[in-house]
Design a protein around this ligand. Structure first.
Ligand code: HEM
Length: 182
């Protein structure tokens, strides 16, 4: 199988995502905000939150496809999830460089719970990246038995990372919005 056959992304997919972004943060895409010296990066956290939602949906679709025995659709969903994972990574690095970090406010159990989730999320997010490469490599070599065993664990971790990523985004930007610190 040629690798690009696994790749279902097309112009329509990208247009739909851009449209969602425009609806979420229309101001960010104005000509002024994109002016060279006054770029407004406030849309980035929303974009990254959206990426987590998209990744989670793609992983679910890929898993459902293989459970139904669809070996043509499964790689397509999964490779697309990897592409969006890479886009998220770029967005996250950009967010850290351009906006900095947020300190979660409060002094209660909500903060303790948040920090526990954040710690587990961060550790697993780092660990899952090499695992994804191994899963892809096993599939490309046709070692599907090994792929299946290793991929089940990797997929569980990846879904946890994307769901908690969404939780962290919601807490930081909507439930208890916090200041950005460089
Ligand atoms: C990071 C990307 C991927 C992830 C997370 C992933 C995940 C999984 C999981 C969890 C299973 C086991 C499903 C079950 O419980 O029965 C599986 C099976 C399978 N995957 Fe993937 N997959 C990925 C990429 C690919 C790619 C690129 C291919 C390309 C051909 C592929 C082909 C298969 C096949 C053929 C099976 C069935 C194996 C069998 O039943 O013997 N996967 N995958």
């Amino acid at each position: 199988m040629v690798w690009w056959r696994w790749f279902p992304l097309n112009v329509i997919d990208f247009s739909v995502i851009l449209l969602i972004l425009l609806v979420l943060e229309p101001g960010s895409f104005s000509v002024n905000s994109l002016a060279a010296d006054a770029v407004n990066w406030s849309w980035l956290p929303h974009f990254n939150g959206l990426m987590n939602l998209v990744i989670c949906s793609l992983l679910t679709a890929g898993y459902l496809a293989i459970r139904r025995g669809n070996k043509t659709q499964h790689p397509k969903w999964m490779v697309t999830a990897c592409v969006f994972g890479a886009i998220f990574l770029v967005g996250y690095i950009l967010q850290t460089v351009m906006l900095g970090h947020q300190k979660f406010p409060g002094d209660d159990w909500v903060r303790v719970f948040f920090l526990t989730v954040l710690t587990s999320h961060t550790i697993l997010a780092v660990l899952v990246v090499p695992c994804i490469f191994v899963v892809l490599r096993l599939a490309m070599r046709g070692a599907f038995e090994k792929h299946k065993r290793f991929a089940r664990v990797t997929l569980a971790i990846w879904v946890y990372v994307s769901v908690t990523g969404l939780y962290i985004y919601l807490m930081n930007n909507h439930v208890r919005p916090a200041e950005w610190h460089p």
